[in-house]
Design a protein around this ligand. Structure first.
Ligand SMILES: Nc1ncnc2c1ncn2[C@@H]1O[C@H](COP(=O)(O)OP(=O)(O)OP(=O)(O)O)[C@@H](O)[C@H]1O
Length: 286
């Protein structure tokens, strides 16, 4: 599978430009799409999912132009939108059977497929209860299940881990890692820790533009050897922030431990291992 996004722009109305000349090539594996609120992640995902049309640019899936031939994408797509809604009166089994009918998925194997998905997402025990009685995390898992019903070859998850507890996040990660070997999986988040352990490739965007794309090592390279930690008196923090690129700060009894990016670290600093979070903050805040 190969997805090529070429010079895609999207305007909402006259003034709002959500994507600007955005290009990205994605192959099998997991792509983590990171960006602050409003970066354009949802817009990009909806365009790939053929829900929105771009103002300019083209998208090719295995060389087929999906802007012209949306059905080529739709036949192979699983999509979990950010604002996924469920029918509260249906139970998970009924809801997934209903979605399967809409997607044209049927046959003898459907019941088994739904049972497998519910089991994989730890929902089997609640399969006969109305979805309206589910927790936020359970509803989100129903959303994940519906995206996987048709055994899609390209899977797009917009903020899939919202509402999931730590255990459910691990379960989700394992499920996705298993799927990604022969498929394209794109998942967006503004939480770096959701992405760094799972993604083969990371794309960082801001204000509708791509800032960086590559594997974890490549993205982190920019800040490697330049991440430091130092403990300073609280009264010096304001000046310190002015002089240095502060990534995070933790207060404890009159002093502050500061993690920062620098080419000229202050005396007493300790060099730290660079993380994706450091690279992300450095890229998106500068
Ligand atoms: N239907 C719309 N009409 C007008 N502006 C929109 C519309 N949808 C999105 N936008 C604007 O386009 C920009 C990109 O929004 P988008 O939802 O794609 O970003 P995002 O990275 O997914 O953000 P978030 O993480 O908050 O969901 C934002 O400034 C947003 O306000």
């Amino acid at each position: 599978m190969k997805l090529e996004i070429k010079n895609v722009s999207k305007h909402y109305g006259r003034k709002k430009q959500a994507l600007q000349d955005f290009s990205l090539t994605i192959e099998n594996g997991i792509l983590g799409l990171l960006g602050p609120n409003g970066a354009g992640k949802s817009t990009l995902m909806k365009i790939i999912a053929t829900i929105h049309k771009p103002t300019n640019g083209i998208i090719l899936l295995n060389k087929n132009n999906i802007i012209k031939d949306a059905n080529y994408m739709r036949g192979q797509l699983g999509f979990l939108p950010q604002d996924f809604g469920v029918y509260p009166n249906l139970n998970a089994f009924e809801f997934l059977t209903y979605i399967a009918a809409i997607k044209g998925v049927g046959g003898n194997a459907l019941k088994t497929r739904i049972t497998e998905l519910l089991d994989g997402l730890n929902l089997l025990h609640a399969a006969n209860k109305p979805i309206g009685s589910y927790s936020g995390g359970m509803k989100q898992r129903v959303g994940i299940a519906q995206a996987l019903l048709n055994d899609p070859k390209i899977i797009i998850f917009d903020e899939p881990t919202v509402g999931l507890d730590p255990e459910e996040r691990v379960r989700f990660r394992n499920l996705i890692s298993d799927l990604a070997t022969s498929r394209i999986v794109i998942l967006s988040s503004h939480i770096v820790s959701d992405i760094d352990v799972i993604a083969d490739q990371v794309a960082i965007m801001k204000k509708g533009a791509l800032l960086a794309k590559g594997d974890l090592q490549y993205i982190i390279k920019e800040v490697t050897g330049k991440i430091f930690e130092v403990s300073i008196d609280s009264s010096r923090f304001s000046d310190f922030k002015h002089d240095q690129f502060v990534l995070s700060a933790t207060r404890s009894q009159g002093s502050i431990t500061v993690r920062y990016f620098s080419e000229n670290p202050v005396e007493g600093s300790i060099q730290k291992k660079a993380l994706l979070e450091d690279a992300y903050l450095h890229l998106t805040k500068s």
